[in-house]
Every structure is written in C-alpha cells, then in structure tokens.
Design a binder for this molecule. Sequence first.
Ligand code: NI
Length: 195
Amino acid sequence: MKDKQLAKIRDFIFQLFHTDVTGHDFFHMERVANMAKQIALKENADPFICEVAAWLHDVGDKKLFSEPDKSIEEMHHFLESIFITNSQINTIDMIIHSVSFSKGRIPETLEGKIVQDSDRLDAIGAIGIARTFAYGGADQQMIYHPDNKSTSIQHFHDKLLRLKDLMHTETAKNIAFERHQFMENFLKQFRKEWN
Ligand code: NI
C-alpha cells in the first residue's frame, strides 16, 4: 500500500517539477525525500510521513507556482485519490507550511524538523552551490559584483553559511558539517581567483 502510494506521489511530483531550471527540479524533491526517509529511520520518526511530506514540500511555493492556493488544492485532491487519510493530509500540510526558510518558522514536530533539515541539506555542499547559481541565473542575478548585494555569492553569506547551525537533528548536523566545509573552501578559492 505505502509503496504504491509513494510511486504515485513520485509521478505526481515528476509532472509538476520535471521542467524546472531554478534548482527546484524533480531531482531536488527526490533527494530531499530520500534524505528525509534516511534521517527519520535514524531519529526514530515516522519515515512514511517524512518521505511523503518531503516529496511534496515545495508544492504551493510562491516563487515556483503562479497560483499557489490552487496547486495546494490539487495536491489535496490527489492525496485523497490515493487514499492518504485526512489526518495524514493535515500532518503533511503542517509540515509543508513550516518548512520554508523565508517564513522563518520552526516546525513543531520531529517529522517537520526532519523535512526542514533535509531541504536545508540540499541547499548546502556541492549540490547547494550548483543550485544557488542555477537559481540566481533564472532570477536574473549576477554571479558576483563587489558593490551589489543581490548576487549569488551574497546568498551564501545571507543564508547558506548559516544553515549548519540551524539543523535540528544530530543526523543532519553531522551531514551538514562536511557540506559546510566544502562551501567555505569553494568561497575561499572563488575569492582567490577573483583577486
Ligand atoms: Ni525545497
């Protein structure tokens, strides 16, 4: 039952995100879903809820959807159609609402914290670096400019370098350590080549 539901959720997400070029493509959702499941197993959380909510965590994001409310509504219909229960849907909704960095919310449940950790882990390290420049390009931002505060390099200082200290679970903190170090090295090399 759960495997079939997860396969359908994967297809649903593929349809929504497979053409994205902003770093929020299908593979971002897949990595976050795999990571959330893995962390849930280590932290004794509900792996199914974590995996499902992670697959769905960017549905209705205002920077990705022109009609966020409609996309959430369609997601609800879809989840009902594959027999996800109302109480599971409520839990998933709560997690999705609390995950985004820009809203500055701390999820109340362990499952919410795990999905937020997983999304943040995908924003740092080598993949985080690649996604940052992809997003910046799609959003008309420059790679770097010494006098411009809205460049991709600035985004590392505004957000990405802070993420390792915002991880909730021990499992995520351990993974974040290496990825953070890699970003620091990247920025150091970038400055060296720039000057
Ligand atoms: Ni995301």
